[in-house]
Design a protein around this ligand. Sequence first.
Ligand code: UT7
Length: 323
Amino acid sequence: MTRRVTVEGVGGYLPARILTNKEMETIVDTTDEWIQERSGIEQRHIAAEGELTSDLGVEAAKNALEHAGIQPEEIDLIIVATTTPDLTFPSTAAIIQHKLGIKGGAAFDIQAVCTGFVYAISTAEKFLASGQFSKALVIGAETFSRILDWEDRSTCVLFGDGAGAMILSAEEANAPGSRGIMSSYLRCDGALTDLLYVDGGVSKTQTTGHVKMQGNKVFREAVAKISSAMEEAAKIADIDPKTIDWFVPHQANIRILKGVAKKLSLRPDQVVATIAKHGNTSAASIPLAFNVAVKDGRIKKGDLVMLEAMGGGLTWGAALLEY
Ligand code: UT7
């Protein structure tokens, strides 16, 4: 039996505390003007003390389950894309499974930094299409504020905390409804690690470490790599990029979003941009933006949506789906 994998619901959660650019001016030598002009960010959300990545993920998951109209026990696969897990182990997915009261099925984390959500839905799609599982909860969740160097103005102004979730479900390919996930294209070039990494870790330093980024070099890689991944995803799905309705990109920089959209001849009003209010929430940014555009009525059933991301690794990728 051929199976296709469709999106049944989406959800998002942002911590209550908002850190504005103006407030950022009191933390590092920066200005609201510089941050907005160079990145498009106006504010970001920061998790409260004791509020963990799993807590953000659980709230986003509850929101998505409610949107899909399904009970937690129907989920038999949980994949969490995160770079900021609660603990070294168990996985944040295992912790979220327990917090949601789900018993049975499988749960694991995926680490592809900002590309994590694209890697995660691609992985979930393969498991569901093969028939091994039937309903997946895919989450992107981050407390990125915990790995920032709050004295490094070139990185700390860019990131924020949050979580987004998507419920994916497998059904017979000839059942009525949308075509669901049509293609994905994933890449990594480990030779570019030095451009964006965290300088600590379990094995190397036994510390958590802080984000280090050569922003302008990452920027230069971004537009070309992301555009080609989107073209490949469209080619695999046998879709003319001109027929794409919505572009839901990883929210790293408004200039990257606009540059990529232009390269694919997408109009600015087809780009779902949440970077101004969310900042860069790494693996959470795509599902958070997707959730916003579904809930405000922009993305409708049957719309063709392109997702893309690039992050540490460097990793990058794209996925095409009919909502
Ligand atoms: O999500 C993972 C993937 N990440 C990305 O895709 C991020 C890609 N990179 C970017 O988005 C941009 O490169 C940044 C927003 C990080 C930086 O923008 P830029 O236009 O590339 O600036 P720059 O790094 O070339 O820095 C320009 C200047 C420097 O000063 P000098 O050397 O020209 O005097 C920096 O020291 O801006 C300075 N600068 C700042 N000034 C005020 C760097 N950070 C700040 C700051 N406030 N926060």
